[in-house]
Design a protein around this ligand. Sequence first.
Ligand SMILES: [Zn+2]
Length: 497
Amino acid sequence: MLAGLLVFAQIVLPAAAQTALPALGDGAEMSTSSERQLGDRIARELYRDPDYLDDPILGDYVQAIWLRLMASARQRGELSPELQERFAWEVVIGRDRSVNAFALPGGYMGVHLGLIAVVSNEDELASVLAHELSHVTQRHIVRIISRQGQQAPWLIGAMILGALAAASNPGAAGAMIVGGQAAAVQGQLNFSRDMEREADRVGYGVMTQAGFDARGFVGMFEKLQQANRFNDTSAFPYLRSHPLTTERIADMQSRQQLQPRSATPIALTMTHAMLAGRARALANPEVDSLRAALLQAQGQDTAALPPARRAGLYYAAVQAAMGLREFEQAQQWLGRLQNLATDHPQAHFQAKLLGAELALARGEPARALALLEGVAPGIAGSGRALLFLRARAWTQAGQSREAAEQLQVWLASRPRDALGWQLLSTAYTAQGQTLRAVRAEAEVHVARLDYAAARDRLRAAQELLRTGGAVDHIEASIIDTRSRQVELLLREQALER
Ligand SMILES: [Zn+2]
């Protein structure tokens, strides 16, 4: 992830050392709104990165865990109403096979596909997210930022982006950032040992109160310890930013003793196995990897595997065959997956979503809609993946009016959903509603905090209004209002520097 940002960091860092910069504040702790601004600045760059991935299916899965953790943090008094209100609380997924998760200023959280693929259950994933969430709620981030003294927020943003890029891709970072600057930057931005222990302690409480299995915390620690033993920090950049100190391990062991001992590991659920398979497939899209995933599913010993494990292999095989555009083969693997998942409502739901994706890839939207017919959105997370698949199918099937109506309802309460706006724009285009399509494109950019690009699209919309035939008065007035708001946002952004 973030390879593109290396260049950004390289340009910014050396110049910064020579320039006198406006101060962040009066040297006191950064306010929550300044921290949010800094987070937005970083998020804007992340959204632009080619490895940024908005996958609604994995997004729903991670989001459901995230919301449970936030509710628990609130109940425990770790998350104040002010922080909840001011911060973004958004999980950003990166298409990177390394194992990493990181908390950013302003309530943004980064998760690599490699982490979702490597954890054995949702409880292990929850343990990492709870730890990172606690870095935010305990205000650790603002404390490290304050250590940077009187530096401009844009510089700190660039340092954080540079450190992220270095963590993700140590070889390239060494080559591109001269004189070991990457290591120095990362050293400055690391959490202290005490902060790590506190995030473990608070995170453990948050995750167990949210109803996740404490063994998930232990399991994740064991994975990290194993990687640590093999010094596998290029696959586990998480270990570099969160070193396993003897104190952390000792804390972990004493916490374990408080729990009633349980020799049985957490059973692998079919849903988790499938979604971990999805993460693996999305992180490894090369033809060779797709072929390997198919071979693995075809392996002779798969019949002996537990059903959940087989479901994970079959799911990855459907995706691999789809990626190779071998649709008949994908359909066969999907059939096997559906048979396995019959008695597991969650897994069955996921198999249907995957089936709808396959149908759309084959250009058969009616088949996708039939598969999704009567499926309850409440079964997994927010139902965003289900809605978006339906919207794509409606648009492909010539029912773009239905797609636009449902998307508008969704976006009315979630105006920051860029992918939702993107799908709405496509639906409008299919209806020949060019003006509305262009305005929806502008909203995609606003949602990704790229106000300059949004202004360009809004100007294009105004141009259409001047030259176009049919007049859409409602849309014209929306475009007018939004143009003024975006101008204001641009001016605020210029002042932040
Ligand atoms: Zn940490």
